[in-house]
Design a protein around this ligand. Structure first.
Ligand code: SF4
Ligand code: SF4
Length: 154
């Protein structure tokens, strides 16, 4: 499949050398592996702040491409959609899935070899079973008080 994320013209292995806050905007964007996991609804334990991901996807997530169907105007539909930036990653990085490239680098870890920047293809994220392709449930199909029945292991 064609990689929906622009990954041309980037500095060689920038993710190993350039701190997150110093990355060029296109390098920051290219860090996204396209998994779609950050668009799954989560449940947070108020006492422990532990996050549990569910199979219930945001209403704008395309469950096949794993992309936001209305990225440019998503705030009109989902006002609380959070956009990760170098400025807020300290605060909300823990809210991202453990495989997320931004979270991995923020925690001083390496990217996995299925990451498109390393594998050279977006398909590897799906083949490795990391993306949400084909197994999400649209949020309008399940009442919120039943989301805990859809918790996944991450
Ligand atoms: S979880 Fe991280 S790597 Fe995956 S789509 Fe979201 S921002 Fe990109
Ligand atoms: S609005 Fe788009 S980017 Fe935001 S959580 Fe939903 S699908 Fe993901």
């Amino acid at each position: 499949m064609k990689d929906p994320i622009q990954r041309d013209g980037l500095r060689h292995k920038f993710w190993e050398k350039v701190p997150l806050k110093n990355m060029a905007p296109k390098e920051w964007e290219a860090l996204c592996d396209g998994c779609g996991r950050c668009c799954l609804n989560k449940l947070e334990d108020e006492d422990t702040m532990e996050i549990a991901f569910t199979r219930i996807a945001c209403r704008l997530l395309d469950g096949e491409t794993c992309r936001c169907a209305q990225y440019d105007i998503r705030k009109q539909f989902v006002p609380d959609c959070v956009v990760l930036t170098p400025k807020n990653i300290d605060e909300i990085g823990y809210w991202m899935p453990p495989t997320c490239a931004y979270r991995l680098l923020h925690e001083g870890k390496a990217l996995y070899d299925w990451h498109p920047l390393i594998s050279g293809t977006a398909q590897s994220v799906h083949d490795a079973g990391i993306s949400v392709q084909g197994w999400t449930v649209p949020e309008f199909e399940v009442p919120e008080d039943e989301w805990e029945n859809y918790i996944i292991e991450d």
